[in-house]
Design a binder for this molecule. Structure first.
Ligand SMILES: Cc1ncc(COP(=O)(O)O)c(C=O)c1O
Length: 378
């Protein structure tokens, strides 16, 4: 089956005795045992639940992994993956990351004995130079949040194999519809399922997908122990979102290309960060490892007053923190997603008070462009 079909029919085992077409919400914390030592598929919903298992199966198939775990948020997934690394691991991570991941690595994992180096993971030489005795993993966002930097996953995978490291990839921005990290050599794929997979800005979720059954066994132990699993109702909502993932991603992809080009033509805009521009530094790698550019665009305006005008006056775009849903959002990273990154570091990287990030939705693209235009000139 092809991707679009798998989004609906990946789990052939879901048929139940009632013949329900959609997987029902199995709202039960526990399951009755048939007898002492009689094996049963489900025992307790922290360990496994039919609705969640159905979703996990779908996500594992879409990402091409041996198994997937569904978490209560993207951060729960990333936290559990980090906990499952050997004690005192050194991790080399992309220097442009979602602010919450950075906060976890720097302010929590580091105090627990882990060591991190942050580098432009698009530069393989720089990554290799940082590999040390205690290095255990590479942690990559591509394209990255919010500077839309690109890393070459196949090259990083070769490097990881050469040095016996795990390659962990956050695939939130492109989803398996546009990018399949495991096929390119990744060992673990993480997601904020809150974003494109769920797709409707109504449910928090996270995923960790493992390439091998051995990795899944290790991660599964931490998963059942920490207990940050996705609830049955939320599993149902994310599964429902995935059914339309290709449709939404196609619409978002087309809208984003038009909006990025329009923004680039505006004299009020100093710089547009969009992976679909042919002069983007990562364009060649993007064309090789993805089948679409996604819906994330960041841009810097020339005047800070303009930021206030845009955020106050948008009517179709909503000024809100998040991304990947059907509704278009505009985010002010300095005050929202990246507020915990030290100011000097943030500004040196270009995430200043004139920097905005938009997540393009599925509205009519002319309405979106007109909305930005009226907000800019009002
Ligand atoms: C790239 C990326 N990874 C992970 C996360 C964390 O996901 P969640 O908010 O579902 O915990 C986010 C959240 O914005 C994100 O943008």
């Amino acid at each position: 089956m092809r991707f679009e079909t798998l989004c609906l029919h990946a789990d052939e085992n879901k048929k139940d005795e009632w013949g329900t077409l959609t997987m029902p919400i199995c709202q039960s914390a526990t399951f009755v045992h048939k007898g002492v030592d009689v094996p049963s598929e489900y025992s307790y919903s922290r360990l496994s639940n039919p609705t969640r298992a159905h979703l996990e199966h779908t996500v594992a198939v879409l990402e091409g992994g041996a198994a997937a775990f569904a978490f209560s948020s993207g951060m729960a997934a990333i936290t559990t993956v980090m906990k499952a690394l050997p004690p005192n691991s050194h991790v080399i991570a992309s220097d442009d990351l979602y602010g919450g991941s950075l906060r976890l690595f720097r302010n929590v994992n580091t105090f627990e004995g882990m060591r991190f180096d942050f580098v432009d993971t698009g530069d393989i030489g720089k990554v290799e130079a940082l590999i040390a005795e205690d290095t255990r993993a590479l942690y990559i966002e591509t394209p990255s949040n919010p500077l839309i930097q690109v890393s070459d996953l196949a090259a990083l995978s070769s490097l990881a194999k050469k040095h016996n490291l795990l390659l962990i990839v956050d695939n939130t921005f492109l989803t398996p519809y546009f990018q399949k990290p495991i096929a390119l050599g990744a060992d673990i794929v993480v997601h904020s399922g809150t974003k494109y997979l769920g797709g409707h800005n109504d449910t928090l979720a996270g995923f960790a997908v493992c390439r091998t059954a051995e990795l899944a066994e290790r991660l599964g132990y931490y998963y059942k122990t920490f207990g940050s699993c996705l609830a049955p109702f939320d599993s149902f909502l994310i599964e429902r979102g995935i059914k339309t993932l290709p449709l939404r991603m196609n619409a978002i992809n087309a809208n984003a290309q038009k909006i990025a080009s329009w923004l680039r033509g505006r004299e009020e805009v100093k710089k547009v960060y969009f992976v679909g521009f042919e002069d983007h530094a990562g364009y060649a790698v993007t064309k090789r490892q993805t089948t679409g550019f996604g819906g994330m665009i960041s841009f810097e305006v020339k005047d800070v007053q303009l930021v206030n005008r845009i955020l106050a006056n948008v009517k179709v775009f909503q000024y809100a923190e998040s991304l990947g849903g059907v509704e278009s959002l505009v985010t002010y990273p300095m005050k929202q997603t990246h507020a915990d990154v030290p100011k000097e570091e943030r500004e040196a990287r270009g995430i200043n008070d004139r920097f905005l990030r938009i997540s393009v939705g599925v509205e009519n693209v002319d309405d979106l462009i007109e909305d930005l235009e009226q907000a800019i000139i009002s």
